[in-house]
Ligand binder design. Sequence first.
Ligand code: NAP
Length: 248
Amino acid sequence: MTVKTQTALVTGATNGIGKAIALRLAADGAFVLVHGRDRARADAVVERIRAAGGTAQAVIADLAAGPDAVRTLAADALAVNGGVDILVNNAAALIPGQSMLAVTDAQLATALAVNVAAPIVLTAGLVPGMKERGTGVIVNMGSNAGTVGMALAGLYGASKSALHSLTRSWADELAPAGIRVNAIAPGPTVTEDNASYREHLEALTQQHPDRRPGTADEVAGLVAFLAGPAAAHIHGAIIPIDGGSTAI
Ligand SMILES: NC(=O)c1ccc[n+]([C@@H]2O[C@H](COP(=O)([O-])OP(=O)(O)OC[C@H]3O[C@@H](n4cnc5c(N)ncnc54)[C@H](OP(=O)(O)O)[C@@H]3O)[C@@H](O)[C@H]2O)c1
């Protein structure tokens, strides 16, 4: 029970890694705000949490819709329990692998809006409440593509590098206020929702030290650790969970 009685907002919790994080934090005792674009999909995750004995509520916003929509999400999240103790900036636009020569204006705008601008605006909307309480945890979902160069993943990787950089700067700014900011940088990760790509993900990891993709539950376990008291002295870390791929 590492995060009992706290309120956690997990963006992009309707699918994949975010869903696993929402389920894990709820199982650990947090009240989870399940964010997504689609009400029915978010409600399905909320129902799953409640069926397991947890507490949750859906909050809906398209993070590509601009700063005002993101500010509305922050206000909606704050209205539920009066504060957000744990923010997981997990949602991302996953740009398909392609040459840098093929990037479209729409992909450029979406990657920057969802992966960079939305976390900035959402975090700025929730930090004042954390400061008032003198405590808070922010976990940003980075990527190994934000740590090392990858052909055909330049735009996505740049957006994740930006999130890694924000993590370090926010950690420096917010630690004196009792707020811990860290990031997780997964490698290829199997989720409930991308199991059909499992063979592809396994092929990608054959040269990695442990020669397998990660799992969403492993990433969720790391988020739970970072949200809990055992991580009290960890600030500004970009923690790889990639089977050692960025260590070699
Ligand atoms: N899976 C991997 O191998 C891997 C590896 C490294 C890093 N990551 C990172 O882990 C995080 C989750 O990845 P995933 O594989 O779980 O992805 P996913 O299954 O595609 O889920 C992405 C989530 O983000 C939400 N989202 C996307 N665009 C949005 C928008 N405009 N507004 C609001 N929500 C939006 C999606 O909501 P909808 O349901 O509405 O689409 C969904 O809930 C991402 O930050 C990703 O970059 C993943």
